[in-house]
Each structure stands twice: as C-alpha cells, then as structure tokens.
Design a protein around this ligand. Structure first.
Ligand SMILES: [Zn+2]
Ligand SMILES: [Zn+2]
Length: 430
C-alpha cells in the first residue's frame, strides 16, 4: 500500500487537528520463514528485540492474571522524530476467557536501542542548526536595528520540532521478502555503521510460545478526516445525484446500525473518527506520540481518570466538537521506572484488530494453524465445549474497546515494561 500524501494544511483551524495521527492497516502476511526484526511493524507473530538488548529482553511475556505466556498483538517500530534510538513498542494480551477484562492481562513493553545512523543524522542536523543560528547572530550584529532576538542557549530544549522537517514516518515500510527496510531517509550508512548493525541478530521469541499466525505487516497512512462541512466537488465517494439531505440521512442510518442513538457520545465520537478516516476504516492501531488518545467510552474507569470532569454529551449543534484535550490529565500515570522520565501517550489499538487476530489463528508451532474440517459436534461434545468455555479454560475473542500505551518520553535505552490503559468493550445492557 502506498502511503497517501500528507493532508492539505488547514487554513482556518476550525476542524480537529488533522494529520498528526498515523493509522496502521494490515498489509499482507509475513511469509513463513521470514524473520522480521525490531525495525519492522506487524501484528501477530513473535516479537523481535534489538540485538543490543539481548541480556534484558524477556524470554516470554506472561499474563499478570494466569501467569501463562501470552501472544503478541502488535509490534510497532517507531523511532522518535530526531531521536537517536531505534524504538519499538510491543503489546501482548492474554487470550484466555478467564482473564478477559482483568487488569494485568494486557501488557506493553518498549525497546530502545541506540542507532548510529540516527545519531549521525541528529548530529548533522544540530551542526546545521548551529550554523544557521551563528549566521543569525552575525546578521543581528550587522544590523543593530533588528528586532529579532538572537537565539541563545537551549537550542534543543524546545518542544517545537526545531529542524522544521516534516516528521518522518516512524513506522518502517513493510519490507519486501523479509528484508528489514531502513527506517528513515538518512544518508547511506558508512561501512562501519553497516557492519555494526549486522553484528548480531535480533532477539526473537518463538515456539512453543503462543502467537497469532500468520503475522501481518502493517502499512501506515496519515489520518485524513474530511472537513465536517465540506460536501465539495472533490469528494470522490459522493454521488452527484445525492442531495445534502440524502447524505445526512445515509449518515444517520449508518450510525443506527452501530448503536442506538444517544447511547454514549464519547463512543459515537470514537466510532465516527475511525469510520470517517479516508482509506483508514480498517485501521487496527493509531500512533500519535505525545498526543491526546481517542477515548472509547464515557463510562470506562480509564476515561474518568484521563479526562476528569469532561462533558460526555456532545453539544447540541452537530458540528461542534468537544475538545477533550482541555480535560486531559494523564498525570496519574506513573513515570518510567528506569529513568523517571514522564510517560506520554504513544499508541492505541482499536477493535478492528480483534477481527484480525481471531482465537482460531492462535498457534504454538510458529505456523498458521490448519483449520479443522468442519464437523458436526455431537450434543455431548457441544455441551463439553460450552462448559469448558464457561469455566474460562478456552481461548476466546478479545473484549476490549481500546488499548492505550503510555511510554517514556525520554526514550531511555533498554527494554522494559510500559504503562497500559484499557477501556473494555462496553457491555450491552439488555
Ligand atoms: Zn491470562
Ligand atoms: Zn525512561
């Protein structure tokens, strides 16, 4: 899948910020035998840790409830813009029915490893920025009437992207034929760097740990949301014969299928956001480092903690958006235990992933399970299966609404657990 171009810049600022969120979509199975590295993004399969973290990478990640090894949901390669590290985020979840909706059944780790190419890249950018700053200072000296303050120290302390470059796509492009693709547009590596990067193999977990098979590559696109009011001519999906009224009616009917009207405006907002992303309706995860996550339900404990006091009813006017960011208070999230750095939102998984990672895809052999031929269960077999499921012994479909990962802002080097917040799937009241 070819990433779409960045959305056009907004000129009036009336709509939500568009374009900072990256959406990831399944993009085809990883061939059997291909060994993806920590610089590849995928769902299912086995995690790969950077070679330099071999001593600290977990041998298995276990459920905090049943203490059994649990399958990987997603591995996301996402080096920070102007960072010096390879950065990979991993999310696991227990598939056992008995562990569903229980704290500790979903876990996330992050591995960060110094990448000499990025280090060189950042050093080059820093040198260039310093050269420009020196020029500015020289200009300021020449023209005594300049009103512009000469930049002083703390050049790199700013939260603004100093270098002004567009953010590189933090996900590795899906690599053809199992080759790890270089992550960012950097200068060709020197031989020394190349030698360094192939010095050791990534640490990959494998059978007999459980995994969803086959693993699937992730392709990423920018989130592009149509402007709320624009029923403009360039909307390729629109039918010219449709009146605005017909369109509105269709939209309402579309909603009707998903939920009874007015059940939960936060949920409605969540679904609408996922549904309206151009080419992104099959998104399985959303990446937006340091941004405000998209909450799933106003009744979840996590929502109440993240957005205390936020209005949960949409304003009466259809087009007005509640800016939940004004209520966002993630300060209760514990800091990184390794460097004490603040944790910020980084990535969230959305329910489409549940439709892709089915219990029937779970395997402990490293290969995709062979589907059993359909057979008619006897009444006794059927009862036994139901009893097993009722006891929570079997694997069953996951039941979460969204999984949010909050991780170390300082990108400290090493492997360790990060903080996960889960909004469980809303229980449908009869
Ligand atoms: Zn468990
Ligand atoms: Zn840290």
């Amino acid at each position: 899948m070819v990433p779409r171009p960045a959305p056009p810049p907004s000129d009036d600022g009336s709509e939500e910020e568009v374009g900072t969120t990256l959406l990831a979509l399944p993009d085809g199975p990883i061939e059997a035998g291909a060994a993806p590295s920590h610089t590849t993004s995928y769902i299912g399969g086995y995690p790969a840790f950077p070679p330099s973290t071999a001593s600290s990478a977990p041998a298995a990640v276990k459920c905090g409830v049943c203490q059994e090894p649990i399958p990987l949901l997603a591995q996301v390669y996402a080096p920070l813009v102007d960072g010096e590290n390879d950065r990979t985020v991993y999310v696991w979840a227990c598939a056992r029915a008995a562990c569903k909706r229980r704290e500790g059944s979903i876990r996330a780790f992050r591995a960060s490893a110094r990448n000499e190419e990025y280090v060189a890249d950042v050093a080059a950018k820093r040198a260039e920025a310093e050269r420009i700053a020196a020029e500015e200072r020289a200009k300021a000296r020449i023209n005594p009437f300049t009103t512009k303050d000469a930049p002083t120290g703390g050049l790199f302390g700013s939260a603004q992207p100093l270098f002004g470059a567009a953010a590189a796509n933090p996900f590795a492009a899906p690599a053809p034929a199992g080759e790890a693709a270089p992550a960012a547009a950097v200068a060709a590596p020197t031989e020394a760097v190349a030698a360094l990067s192939i010095a050791t193999e990534p640490v990959t977990l494998g059978p007999p740990l459980p995994a969803y098979q086959p693993a699937q590559y992730l392709a990423t696109i920018d989130e592009y949301l149509p402007l709320p009011e624009s029923d403009d001519e360039d909307d390729v999906d629109s039918d010219d014969d449709e009146t605005p009224e017909m369109k509105a009616e269709w939209r309402d009917e579309g909603w009707e299928r998903l939920l009874p009207k007015g059940v939960d405006d936060i949920f409605e907002r969540f679904v609408r956001r996922l549904d309206s992303a151009e080419d992104g309706s099959t998104q399985v995860l959303r990446y937006d480092f340091g941004a405000v996550p998209l909450p799933y339900s106003s009744s979840s404990a996590l929502f109440k903690k993240l957005f205390p006091g936020a209005p949960v009813r949409a304003p009466s006017s259809e087009e007005e958006e509640v800016y939940l960011a004004d209520w966002y208070k993630p300060s209760f999230i514990p800091p990184c235990p390794r460097c004490k750095g603040k944790r910020v939102f980084e990535v969230q998984l959305v329910p489409q992933l549940i439709n892709v990672l089915r219990p029937s895809a779970l395997s402990t052999t490293g290969a995709a399970p062979v589907p059993a031929p359909a057979k008619n269960l006897t009444e006794d077999e059927r009862k036994a299966e139901l009893t097993r499921l009722a006891k929570g012994e079997g694997e069953s479909e996951m039941e979460w609404g969204t999984i949010m990962v909050f991780s170390c802002e300082k990108d400290c080097v090493g492997v360790g657990e990060e903080w996960v917040g889960v909004e469980w799937e809303a229980v449908v009241e009869a």
